[in-house]
Design a protein around this ligand. Sequence first.
Ligand code: DGL
Length: 264
Amino acid sequence: MLNPSNPIGVMDSGIGGLTVVKELQRILPGEDIIYFGDSANCPYGNKTSDQIFELSCHMLRFLGGNGVKCTAIACNTISTMADRLRPCFDYQIISIVEEAAQYVIREKLRSVGLIATEFTVASGKYAELIHKGNPDCHVIGKGSPLLAALVDRGDFNQHDINLEITTQVDNILSREKVENLILGCTHYPIVEENFRQCYPGMNLINPALEQANAVKAYLTGQNALNPQKKGTFTICTSGDPQVYVNVGKRLGLFEASELKVVHI
Ligand code: DGL
């Protein structure tokens, strides 16, 4: 039996998972949330799977130690190895990639572009999961080696961000004229406006919405929703907490009740 008053864990390589917190606070405002962003080691997308696994285990152990009733792996890169991580932890782990793939299946999309980290694209996980329910869907992926790190710095240099977006998305469009694009890295919805300016009319798929709905469905099924009106929000990071405060404001999040620097 889960304790409804325990917090939900959210983890990411950096600030990207705040886009998931935004959706969680919108649909589950009573939940206490404990967030871990490993900005000191961001970007994960250029690391090896063993490095990502080790770092992720540290974060998941930390969240487990704080009594989470479930954890949303907001990071797409980490989520590609959810099957390897789940057996190591005794609480529910919700992968953002699995939920985004469900959206593509449900909407019966015939083709979809995927911009994500190089690791996520190379893993082939999106295509694998989408093809389970929609075998004919074309998944046209392109990894960005730079965008997550540019966003994680929090300085939002418009020229550099737009250049990186257009370089990678034009590559996708040169292979197929997709009308749907998965923002397959949680850092990207933070600069969703830049994607909109560069590609007006493109259907941008933000996996954060799908993952937040999956967290709600899981807690509802477990009878473990927190009945309080407004939850707390604790931010733990190995990086600079001020960047989290700034991006939290930009996204319109509830103000953090606590900010902690935690080294992993
Ligand atoms: N935010 C992460 C994701 O969703 C990746 C960023 C990084 O490379 O660390 O994939």
